[in-house]
Design a protein. Structure first.
Length: 281
């Protein structure tokens, strides 16, 4: 205080000053607000608001009671305006399929390089090989339109798979229409594989709403049910549940089920083998 004051003035000032501190004001702002309160009561305490003063070093940090509690701790984790805009933009970009595919490709690349550098590659070949007919493959083969797919081209792929000792071949193409020019080429490649290597073939099929099966058209002679299989590619589109051991998937046997089933039984004793001489389905 610049000069002695009445005890009542000191009490009123002190209450207002402490309330300012409890509201997390710094000591200077709390003093100014307490003085303003005295000024409002100028008739009761004339000119008392001019007496309180704050003395401190110019470079000193003004005292303040720091907030505490879970709300204050939570506020520390809240992003500022720029951070919130950046996070929102990243979230929007992350739901775009093109961005997801790009990031997945980079992630897969990094993982494959890491496994290669650290020697985590399996010592044996993978049991499953996926052959994807992409635009580069079609361009190299001189195919302008892949719809419908050139069956002589598929025949060349099958010949290469059989030459590489592929025991089971699943073809996820629907041969529901005839191609008189190229059907015999594909049919011959499949027959040669069955006759010479006893190769298992599983073709893609689906069921129409009237429960009519659509698969390899018999007129093509590509796949005879006596020595090839057909699996449905449209059953259980969202998820796949395992069938009980006692159940039969003949009403709607998924494409991948047949691939796995053949893999399990092909080497067992008395297991059926594909042969052009088979006379029953």
């Amino acid at each position: 205080m610049r000069e002695p004051v009445h005890n009542q003035v000191a009490q009123v000032f002190l209450v207002q000053f402490l309330q300012g501190l409890t509201n997390y004001q710094n000591v200077q702002q709390a003093l100014i607000d307490a003085g303003q309160h005295l000024k409002k009561q100028n008739l009761t305490y004339p000119s008392a608001y001019l007496i309180p003063s704050l003395f401190c070093h110019p470079d000193a940090k003004l005292y303040r009671i720091e907030p505490w509690g879970w709300r204050q701790e939570f506020k520390k984790w809240l992003p500022n305006k720029r951070e919130a805009i950046a996070a929102s933009a990243l979230c929007l970009l992350s739901i775009m399929p093109a961005v997801q595919n790009y990031l997945l490709d980079k992630r897969t690349l990094v993982q494959s390089v890491y496994r290669d550098v650290t020697g985590q590659l399996p010592p044996t070949k993978a049991p499953v090989t996926l052959v994807h007919v992409d635009e580069q493959s079609l361009t190299k083969a001189g195919i302008d339109s892949p719809v419908p797919m050139d069956r002589s081209y598929l025949a060349s792929l099958i010949d290469r798979l059989v030459a590489a000792d592929a025991e089971i071949v699943g073809i996820d193409y629907l041969f529901d229409r005839t191609q008189p020019k190229n059907d015999p080429v594909l049919a011959q490649s499949i027959k040669n594989a069955v006759e010479q290597k006893q190769t298992w073939f599983i073709f893609g099929a689906y069921k129409q709403t009237d429960e009519q099966e659509v698969g390899v058209t018999p007129e093509t002679n590509i796949g005879n049910p006596n020595w090839t299989l057909q699996g449905y590619t449209d059953s259980l589109p969202n998820y796949m549940s395992l069938l009980p051991v006692s159940a039969s998937c003949s009403p709607a046997c998924p494409f991948s089920y047949l691939l796995t089933t053949v893999q399990e039984i092909k080497d067992k004793p008395n297991a059926p083998q594909p042969s052009l001489n088979n006379q029953k389905n």
